[in-house]
Ligand binder design. Structure first.
Ligand code: CMC
Length: 375
């Protein structure tokens, strides 16, 4: 007897050795390839985590040096992609631009259909390296600023902030983004990764899979939440207004962005713990108000609805602190998640079974088609 599981809730859709989420003694455990995310947040960099996700092991010092160098060499965009970014309407959402650029990159890959382990890893590294350049270049083009080419001196996170703002970030800012990218790097079968795996299960090329993931991430119930969190924080503007604002929104049946989670129900998302601490630290250093407003919102949502903040909630104030424009927030999520997406696509290619579930038909049956002139 087939059963419908709306939203595929609590369905195990595949086996995977990449990310573990489990509730143990009322606490959520999140591990990448067996390493606790808190441990990785404290003791590694985004580059190490990307390597871990792709290769299954943390790199040795020399492996890391070689990987970092390789990513640096892959950062520059082909002139055709820069031309594309220049021609796209400046009002386009940067996530739409990102997925368009990924698709264009696919047209330039002569070996687009090659899926050997080595070739897939090469494509994955190229996408991880180029994502920040696409996002930063488009932002500077749309705002009429000169392009800042990637710097060989800076790590992945610092280089992105440098290319975006045209000035080197402080150590604190660079570390903040690095931590954020680590925390966003993977999250098991979230909607965008599942979309990537569905595409990969048809043996579509890696660019097609990443376009599917990028399009899916954009929705407000997924990565799109952080941008809307920031819009809410701006509307609230001062901490004392948060409680009334939240009460009214909930009374009118609206969802509060950045709260609730399909997997962490009544349990704190481990990434939120890290991001909240980071947002607090940054707020103290820059004396800004977003953290205080966020805390007031968190208390109000818990009081009126019993919901906990998810990864997108404190990410918003972290990004605002780093002076990242609101409409780039989803792109920042993608800069981290591309590591997980590509690891999952490669895993899907290598353990493939076409993903093709069934639907329970609930429409009419047995109807007769009357020719159009008698309908
Ligand atoms: N605001 C108000 N009520 C909520 C919210 C929210 N953010 N989230 C869940 N609820 C309520 C929902 O109305 C329902 O209540 P009731 O049982 O009274 O009808 C109950 O909580 C269960 O919600 P659900 O929609 O059945 O849960 P779900 O697992 O289908 O949805 C979710 C998960 C993330 C889509 C949802 O919590 C949501 O819409 N959150 C806001 C958007 C958001 O922050 N998304 C980011 C998700 S985490 C990171 C990521 O994936 O990008």
């Amino acid at each position: 007897m087939l059963q419908v599981h709306d939203g595929l809730q609590d369905v195990l859709a595949c086996k995977s050795g990449i990310c573990r989420i489990e509730m143990v003694d009322g606490r959520a455990i999140l591990e990448y390839r067996g390493y606790d995310v808190h441990d990785l947040a404290r003791n590694s960099s985004f580059e190490e985590v990307a390597y871990l996700l792709l290769f299954g092991e943390l790199p040795s010092k020399s492996e890391l040096e070689a990987f970092v160098e390789e990513l640096k060499e892959l950062r520059e965009l082909p002139p055709q992609i820069i031309g594309l970014l220049t021609h796209l309407p400046p009002f386009s959402h940067p996530m739409v631009v990102l997925r368009t650029a990924i698709s264009y990159l696919g047209t330039m890959d002569r070996y687009i259909h090659h899926k050997s382990h080595e070739k897939s890893l090469q494509k994955a590294k190229s996408l991880i390296a180029k994502f920040p350049t696409i996002v930063a270049h488009f932002h500077r083009i749309r705002t009429g600023q000169n392009l800042i080419h990637p710097s060989d001196e800076l790590n992945h996170a610092a280089n992105f902030l440098y290319m975006l703002h045209g000035a080197e970030p402080t150590k604190t800012e660079a570390k903040a983004l690095d931590l954020d990218l680590i925390l966003h790097a993977d999250h098991e079968l979230n909607a965008s990764t599942f979309a990537a795996r569905i595409a990969a299960s048809t043996l579509a090329d890696i660019y097609a899979c990443v376009v599917a993931a990028t399009g899916t991430l954009m929705g407000p119930l997924h990565g799109g939440a952080a941008q809307r969190v920031m819009e809410m924080l701006r509307e609230i503007a001062v901490p004392w207004r948060a409680e009334e604002y939240i009460r009214m929104k909930l009374e009118s049946g609206e969802r509060i962005m950045g709260f609730g989670h399909r997997v962490y129900r009544g349990v704190m998302d481990p990434r939120t713990v890290e991001l909240k601490a980071l947002a607090e630290k940054l707020a103290k250093e820059k004396e800004e108000k977003w953290f205080e407003i966020s805390k007031a919102v968190e208390e109000a949502v818990y009081k009126y609805k019993g919901l906990l903040p998810n990864v997108d909630f404190y990410a918003a104030s972290v990004y605002a602190n780093l002076e990242i424009p609101d409409d780039l927030f989803i792109n920042i999520f993608a800069l981290g998640r591309i590591a997980g997406w590509t690891a999952h696509i490669i895993e899907q290619y290598e353990t493939n079974k076409l993903i093709r579930p069934r639907a329970l038909y609930i429409g009419e049956t047995g109807r007769k088609c009357v020719p159009v002139d008698r309908r």
